[in-house]
Design a protein around this ligand. Structure first.
Ligand code: NDP
Length: 338
């Protein structure tokens, strides 16, 4: 059973060799009398929150850090090969938290979700039909309180979450602009996801001017994925009574000390509502979300772009790539075909 383990806690930017591929000869099986299930991992998800779990545990963190020497844990799609749990049987397809390894023994299979709809790519359960999908849906529809005709700005817009936020906003009849870090991604935003406009933030010397150009009348809704200087520029361009959903702060995760925000007073003068949120608080909405989004996919109302790295051994590099923007779309790792 090959697995990827975390070597030691990470400070600053994670590197590929902070994780190591190891193998042990014993293939796990479900112990006699246990309610665990043994899963063959098919797809693994690379997500930005995993960076936080590579750091030394800190008090008040929203999640438990990884244990050095143990397999990295993350979302994945797998196939049950052995089960001691009455709700699961060999052959069932599932998604949920699993290990970065070929086979995982899941001791609490109640946290796994059985996959019933298989007319869509299975990897979608790490993205559009999984945690990032629900994040985009709740973050946009609930936290942003959008109305038809409003102006919406999305940063990290071509990623796992961003590409969906933009498409949800278009479906609602909003005017949507996204930013991303390469020409290829900007083209995707405009030509594949239907954004009204898009720009490469790495080529803009003045983010404030770029936003003024795209939003001469100002921004009603900002879906925040990156933080830092982008947030400062956005604050200057928000409309009165605008809303900011703080989903994540990609530009801050590898810093030992977070950057300050300079234009926070705009929140007061423009009466902006700025709200953070965490997807796990909304997991009870998943069944309803799944039903709706799968219908959207079938009807061709929504599209999804993935970046699939092949082989378990490619997982560390795929995860690290999120922090330099190497991924084009949702970053997935293909471990095994069904
Ligand atoms: P993405 O697929 O968007 O991948 C991350 C992207 O971030 C990269 O491709 C890169 O795109 C961009 N990026 C990397 N470094 C920087 C930087 N220094 N400045 C600006 N952009 C950068 O990831 P996800 O869609 O999975 O996640 C997007 C955000 O949502 C993250 O902040 C994440 O933490 C957050 N999140 C929050 C959740 C919640 O419950 N609140 C749940 C899931 C995700 P580019 O080329 O455009 O720079």
């Amino acid at each position: 059973n090959k697995r990827i383990i975390l070597k030691d806690y990470v400070t600053g930017s994670p590197k590929e060799d902070d994780m190591v591929l190891t193998s042990c000869t014993s293939k796990s099986k479900v112990p006699e009398g246990s309610k665990a299930v043994l899963v063959k991992n098919l797809y693994l998800s690379c997500d930005p929150y995993m960076r936080a779990l590579m750091s030394k545990p800190i008090p008040q963190s929203y999640a438990n850090s990884y244990v050095p020497g143990s397999a990295i844990i993350g979302y994945g799609v797998g196939k049950v090969v052995d089960s001691g749990h009455p709700d699961f049987k060999a052959g069932d397809l599932v998604w949920g938290l699993t290990g970065w390894e070929e086979f995982s023994l899941i001791s609490m299979p109640q946290q796994l979700i059985k996959i019933k709809d298989t007319d869509v790519p299975l990897s979608y359960y790490t993205g559009i039909l999984g945690m990032p999908g629900l994040t985009a849906y709740v973050g946009f529809h609930e936290i942003c309180s959008p109305k038809k005709g409003e102006t919406v700005y999305v940063s990290a817009a071509s990623g796992a979450v961003g590409q969906l936020v933009g498409q949800f906003a278009k479906l609602m009849g909003c005017y949507v602009v996204g930013s991303a870090g390469s020409k290829e991604k900007v083209d995707l935003l405009k030509n594949k996801f239907g954004f009204d406009d898009a720009f490469n933030y790495k080529e803009e010397h003045d983010l404030n001017a770029a936003l003024k150009r795209c939003f001469p009348e100002g921004i009603d809704i900002y879906f925040e994925n990156v933080g830092g200087s982008m947030l400062d520029a956005v604050l200057l361009n928000m409309k009165v009574h605008g809303r900011i959903a703080v989903c994540g702060l990609m530009s801050q995760y590898n810093l030992t000390q977070q950057e300050g925000v300079h234009n926070l007073f705009c929140v007061v003068t423009k009466r902006i509502r700025m709200q953070g949120f965490l997807e796990p608080d909304h997991e009870h909405k998943y069944p309803q979300f799944l039903e709706l989004i799968i219908q959207y996919i079938r009807e061709g109302k929504i599209t999804y772009v993935e970046d699939v790295a092949e082989g378990l051994e490619s997982a560390p590099s795929a995860l690290i790539g999120l922090f330099s923007g190497r991924n084009v779309g949702k970053q997935v790792v293909l471990v095994a075909r069904e």
